[in-house]
Structures are given as C-alpha cells and as structure tokens.
Design a protein around this ligand. Structure first.
Ligand SMILES: NC(=O)c1ccc[n+]([C@@H]2O[C@H](COP(=O)([O-])OP(=O)(O)OC[C@H]3O[C@@H](n4cnc5c(N)ncnc54)[C@H](O)[C@@H]3O)[C@@H](O)[C@H]2O)c1
Length: 251
C-alpha cells in the first residue's frame, strides 16, 4: 500500500494516540503528524518513544505513561490541553493462547488491565472534554479476536470483545453529543507484539485455523484504517467495528 498523505487532514487537531511507540500505534501517530495533527504520543516504554521522527507537518508530544494508571492519564490529559479532537486507543497486549480451563490469574489480569481497563480509563478521561466541546472521535483497536474464537486465548479474546462492548455502548450514549466512537479489528500485522504459547491445547486449536489467515501487513495499512475513522472522512460512521484484516472475517 502506498500512503496518500493529505497534508491538512488533521491540521489544528490534537489527537491522543496510545501505544504510540511501536507497531500500529506508532504508524498511526506518524500518519496523523504527517497530516498536520498535534499528536500526544503515549507509551509505557520510554525507549520506544525516543526515536520518533521529528520531520512532520504536525507535532509530536511524547508522554511516557501507563494507560492503566489514573495519575499517568491525568498527565496525558494535561498535555493535550483544552481541546481534544480525537483519541486512538491502540495500546494492548497479547495473551499466551491459553483456553479458559488453563488460564492463569496473572495472564487474565494483565490482559484485562491493559486491553480493557486502559481503554475505558482513557475514554472516561477524554469524553467529558468532548461533550463540552460538542465534538470528538474515538477509535478503539479491537482484533480479529473480537470477531471469532479461533484467533487467541480466552483472556485476549474476551478482552477484545469487551473493547467492542465499550465502543458500541459509547457510540450509542454519546452520538447525540457529537461524539463518534468506532473500532478497528486488525488481522495479522507485523509489529512488536509478542505471542507465546502457554498451552498445548491452545497451540493446537489456534494453529488449526491458520490456513484461513491472510498474510500479515505493514502497520501503515492499519494506520490508514484508523485515521479514516478518526477523521471527518468517516463523518457518518458511529458504532462500527471495521475489520481491517484482508478478508479474514469473511472466511
Ligand atoms: N499486531 C497484530 O497482528 C494485531 C492484530 C490484532 C490486534 N492488534 C492490536 O493492535 C494494538 C497494537 O498492537 P501492536 O501489534 O502494534 O503491538 P506493539 O507491541 O508493537 O505495540 C504496542 C505498544 O503499546 C505499548 N503499551 C503496552 N502496554 C501499555 C500500557 N499499559 N500503557 C501504555 N502503553 C502500553 C507498548 O509499549 C508498545 O509500544 C493492540 O491493541 C493489539 O491487541 C494487533
């Protein structure tokens, strides 16, 4: 895919992007900055944020923050300032492919804390600003695991279904306030996300579905889908879960 940059698509806009240090979040932050936006680039890893390129039409404001921490989220909101045009909740972690009969409390809690609590807390912090402004867009990154049972273990699959629940509930509740909330469900993407195999049954069952999985894509392909939903280009779309998966969800 060749990115077609629209230099002013996010001009004058402040967009919070979590997970901005790597993979899909980084590609999304870069795309928004190239298109004129001011990006509040949030990541828990300082190392990931150090080499964000400076040459862009917009601006990067790197914030080392944990999306599960209320204190850190306050710093993110302060850095964003009075007007927050959009939020992309991209930060997320994978599980170890364990089915529910084998899942550990540690894996369940880690995955839910980042993938669900983090998304909810950022939305809870940002939505009041958007209500006051009378506009705003939120894009939550779900997964193919939000659409089917064969893509990951119980914790990750349940967490991404919860992301869809947060998305559609908020789209319904805040639509009349001028706020749109959508989700993207990526298929396989080449990023830094780590997959481990903590269960023989999980490995066998998940691998059995591999023949229908399309080839993995560059993170910039997902950035194109996410920025479409963040921007005015998707003005009539609210509460959608957009598979960006090369057709995996059609199989
Ligand atoms: N890569 C894929 O194939 C794929 C497929 C479907 C969905 N996703 C989803 O896409 C999103 C991005 O994943 P990615 O593949 O780009 O992964 P990645 O590991 O490359 O990037 C995730 C980033 O999030 C950051 N992060 C993790 N926990 C955080 C926290 N508590 N606070 C702040 N930042 C935190 C990490 O430091 C990292 O920089 C995730 O929600 C993931 O579930 C990825």
């Amino acid at each position: 895919m060749t990115e077609r940059i629209e230099p002013a698509r996010f001009a004058g806009q402040t967009v919070i992007v979590t997970g901005a240090g790597s993979g899909i979040g980084r590609a999304t932050a870069l795309r928004i900055a190239r298109e004129g936006g001011r990006v509040i680039a949030v990541d828990i890893s300082p190392h990931n944020l150090v080499d964000m390129p400076g040459a862009a039409a917009g601006e990067f404001v790197p914030i080392v923050a944990d999306v599960t921490s209320e204190v850190d989220i306050s710093r993110v909101i302060d850095a964003a300032g009075d007007r927050i045009n959009a939020l992309a909740n991209v930060a997320g972690v994978m599980d170890d492919m364990t089915p529910v009969g084998e899942v550990s409390d540690a894996v369940w809690q880690r995955v839910f804390t980042v993938n669900v609590d983090g998304v909810m807390k950022l939305m809870r912090a940002v939505i009041p600003h958007m209500i006051e402004q009378g506009f705003g867009t939120v894009v939550n990154v779900a997964s193919e695991a939000a659409l089917r049972g064969s893509a990951a273990g119980a914790a990750y699959t349940a967490s991404k279904h919860a992301v869809v629940g947060l998305t559609v509930s908020s789209a319904y509740m805040y639509g009349p306030s001028g706020i749109r909330v959508n989700a993207v469900a990526p298929g396989p993407v080449r990023t830094g996300i780590e997959t481990t195999w903590g269960s023989e049954l999980g490995k066998q069952r998940v691998r059995a579905s591999h023949s229908i999985i399309p080839k993995s894509v560059d993170a910039s392909v997902l950035a194109a889908s996410i920025t479409f939903l963040l921007s005015e280009d998707s003005a009539n779309i609210n509460g959608a879960v957009l598979p960006s998966d090369g057709g995996w969800s059609a199989a």
